[in-house]
Ligand binder design. Structure first.
Ligand code: SF4
Length: 232
């Protein structure tokens, strides 16, 4: 598995880590809170999802039994900041029911399930896409599954390591096939990508302050020279 691509991906990670420090993800107290956060952050910023989680916590609702036993309307009222709150209330209620019925509301029971089978089961839940499911697998279950998001595609296609139009699976394989299957590395690598995408490699990027613009002689961003200069 050790290829020059492996070396390049690890060098990019090292440069990000050196610039930003360890990101200590996922920002949650419990695996169940991580799972609920992964649902609430669908199509909204983490800031919005975090406000919804704070409301659930303040109401003492970060508990699978309580969520499964509560009307979706009452859940929806608490998660308004996460937008699409009626839909998301149904999703987290359904998920809480499955978590209890099939996994005894125990993250260890969930994590003991074979990764492929668990991924297929979670993908079968209404409204659960690959990013949501892989976030749960990595950050709540400790499975070595690389999470792909918009930032991943944007940064690594600009870099020249992915085509401009790339599927979720194709982007995921870049990392899964060329990095050691290390949960800690996958955890922090995705977090570093989000940090870079939010602060630097934005739609209109700040290449002049990018820590991976040039990692070493031959490892540099293919797009940087084409990007207009911007004031920070
Ligand atoms: S050099 Fe610019 S385009 Fe390339 S990854 Fe950094 S911010 Fe993005």
């Amino acid at each position: 598995m050790t290829t020059s691509l492996t070396g390049d991906l690890l060098a990019i990670y090292d440069a990000l880590h050196a610039a930003f420090g360890h990101q200590h993800w996922w920002p949650a107290e419990t695996p169940f809170e991580t799972m609920i956060g992964a649902i609430l952050t669908q199509n909204v910023s983490w800031k919005n999802a975090a406000r919804a989680i704070e409301n659930l916590e303040a109401a003492g609702m970060l508990d699978p039994d309580l969520i499964a036993a509560t009307d979706t309307g009452d859940i929806a009222r608490l998660i308004v900041p996460s937008r699409f709150y009626n839909q998301k209330a149904e999703r987290i209620r359904e998920f809480a029911g499955i978590y209890i019925a099939e996994f005894q509301a125990d993250p260890a029971v969930m994590a003991a399930r074979e990764t492929g089978a668990l991924r297929d089961r979670l993908l079968a839940i209404k409204g659960f896409g690959k990013e949501t499911v892989d976030t749960i697998l990595l950050y709540a279950c400790g499975k070595p599954v690389f999470v792909v998001d918009t930032y991943t595609r944007r940064i690594f296609s600009r870099y020249g390591l992915l085509p401009e139009t790339v599927s979720y699976d194709q982007a995921q394989r870049l990392f899964s096939d060329h990095l050691p299957q290390d949960v800690g590395l996958f955890n922090d690598y995705h977090a570093q990508i989000v940090r870079l995408g939010k602060t630097t490699c934005r739609k209109s990027p700040f290449c002049d302050r990018c820590p991976i613009r040039r990692v070493h002689g031959s490892l540099r961003c293919a797009a940087a020279a084409r990007m207009p200069d911007r004031d920070p």
